[in-house]
Design a protein around this ligand. Sequence first.
Ligand SMILES: Cc1ncc(COP(=O)(O)O)c(C=O)c1O
Length: 346
Amino acid sequence: MNAPPDWDTLGFAFLATDWMYRAEADTDRDPPWEAGRFVPFGNLSLSPAAAVLSYGCGCFEGLKARRGVDGRVRLFRPDAHGARFARSAERLALPPFAVARFVEMAAGLAWRNGRFVPPAGKGTLYLRPMMHGTEALLGARRSRYAGLTAYASPVGDVFGRDQGLRLKVMGTARAATGGTGGAKAMGNYAGVLLHKEAAVREGFDDLLFLDGSGRAQLGEASGANLFCVLDDGTLATPPLDDTILAGVTRDSAVRVAEEVLGLRVEQRPLSLVEVRARAREAFCTGTGWSVRPVAMLGGDGWECRLGPPDVATRMGDVLEGIRSGAHPDPFGWTVDVADRAELEEA
Ligand SMILES: Cc1ncc(COP(=O)(O)O)c(C=O)c1O
């Protein structure tokens, strides 16, 4: 049996836990998805000709379970992650998995791996549901069979705790207009790695891509969305399209900004020129990254320093308070894992 890690030195890396979830679909069946099951964590068995291995027919999600100061373990917006998982599957010609089942699966996975949920304030249990086309195929077409696998791993912060990010602004989009950027598609991630390695060698932490418009408008980072606080106090973020992932944290940040912090929010194209001239502050949002201030944007031969975090700090505090149960949850975003698991056992 795997031992829980040292909670004080937890980083963002894979650690095996006790249980994973498996379900299989046959799209010639109605409904396609069989009843799933929790099984001990272990390797998968796939045909070398499985559609996912050659053609990238796969998508995934990332969500977290957190232990609150009250000891209870909560998921943050599993329904929103489930809805995005279904949209990603549809975009990749895979059979969508029902949102209600996704929420039960996530709660059950966190519950069964409970001894790997870090103590309050020490990290989170990251849940990674994935869907893969598993039919043995030579010649790309829709896969008749699909497999859902979800595992859990305890994680700490992606970046150092108080680190303001240095982002390299790329001259290109991460995903093409009409492509799969709006889905959490496997292939969107591999294409970034080479650029990220080069940027890290130059002293950056990550990349900031343009949107797909071809007009030097900002899009998103490799694993997070972007917000800028402009000189008039407005909070601006690029609008969603098929080149930008609809972040659950992004959506939460928009609502917290408007309804809790009382800020004006604009979802509109943000040119690099405008951001360099008008941004007081910038931050990235994501499940893995949380709310992470941006200290500097740079490119070949230029850099733009951003002001100290103010909105980012307040936003981070509100979101963290809701996620951990330390503050009331006016939006109904959290799901108590124990309540769900009791339902499942009943
Ligand atoms: C490319 C990309 N953009 C944005 C996000 C942020 O999404 P979320 O807030 O749902 O984690 C992620 C992380 O999942 C991502 O991979």
